[in-house]
Design a protein around this ligand. Structure first.
Ligand SMILES: [Zn+2]
Length: 314
């Protein structure tokens, strides 16, 4: 299998003020993957911003005009992020990143957008920390370009992928799956398949449910492309929830999802999603680990005997 593509742009990290979202995680993850020898500069691609036409495959014109004008309206007011030109640009660039990840995955087998996964955004409504639903823009764009017909979203963020679920409701070409903590934000939408877990579910229960679901999910969805939302927030030391998954459990989660894609020969585009660990370095380490698992599953992991650096300094 060809080497996976890694996608990043400096615009992913706008100024957001003091905020629980560690926006610097994108750049820090990229830095570690370069500094620790997992990737070389040749592995990295910079995306174009998503075009207006691509955004309109998912979002309404009125909503996009609100974002461009940075206007608080009934459509934007539920955002929990500031609304600045720089932050809107980050969302549009991040959607371009997921578009590129979908295209590169279809060529190479795997690609990672080191950003995106902003699954709470609806067609005409901002929600949580999400303005542009990059997952939906990526899928609709490759469908529009006739690169893939059927797709599946495998959303393993702590929170339900409510925006994605709603956007693809009634669309038989896209199967939405979400495994999340039930008793938590957001108000739930109906995915094609939801697994809402109890508080403190822990590794064994989480991995059992996910492992049991994946083969059936691929049979039901028959996808030509998977978009994997690899949120870091199911982590046991996350500030926004208590699903209680360890770092080792999250690594196993990634192996299950990515391994199932590899075994079945289904291309997979990975996005980052949430992550609010008490120590921001833990969130970065979880994203780094996901990227390493992508390399490993694609057959480009570290040579045997190479040191595995699990703990970030700081
Ligand atoms: Zn989340």
């Amino acid at each position: 299998m060809r080497r996976p593509a890694f996608i990043y742009h400096p615009e992913y990290g706008p100024e957001i003020g003091g905020h629980v979202f560690p926006i610097e995680k994108y750049e820090l993850t990229r830095r570690r993957l370069l500094d620790e020898g997992d990737t070389t500069p040749d592995d990295w691609l910079e995306p174009e911003a998503a075009t207006r036409d691509q955004l309109l495959l998912v979002h309404t014109r009125e909503y996009l005009e609100d974002l461009e004008a940075c206007r608080w309206t009934p459509r934007t007011r539920f955002s929990e992020f500031p609304l600045t030109p720089e932050i809107v640009r980050a969302g549009v660039r991040g959607a371009g990143g997921t578009v590129l990840a979908c295209r590169e995955a279809l060529e190479r087998g795997f690609a990672v957008n080191c950003g995106g996964g902003l699954h709470h955004a609806f067609a005409d409504l901002a929600a949580g920390f999400c303005y542009i639903n990059d997952i939906a823009v990526g899928i609709r764009t490759v469908q529009h370009d006739l690169l893939a017909r059927r797709a599946a979203v495998v959303d393993c963020d702590l929170h339900q992928g409510n925006g994605t679920a709603r956007i693809f409701q009634g669309d038989d070409s896209v199967f939405t799956f979400s495994i999340h903590q039930e008793n938590l934000y957001p108000a739930k939408e109906r995915s094609d398949w939801d697994i809402g877990l109890e508080d403190d579910a822990g590794d064994d229960r989480y991995l059992h449910e996910l492992g049991r679901a994946l083969p059936r999910l691929f049979e039901l969805a028959r996808p030509e492309l998977v978009v994997y939302q690899a949120g870091a927030d199911p982590y046991e030391d996350d500030q926004l929830g208590c699903l209680g998954i360890t770092r080792a459990g999250l690594r196993e989660r990634d192996r299950l999802v990515l391994g199932e894609c590899a075994r079945r020969g289904v291309p997979c585009a990975v996005t980052f999603g949430g992550g609010y660990a008490r120590r921001p370095a833990d969130t970065v380490a979880i994203h780094v680990s996901t990227c390493r698992t992508v390399l490993e599953v694609a057959g480009h992991g570290r040579a045997a005997g190479a040191p595995e650096t699990e703990t970030a300094p700081g």
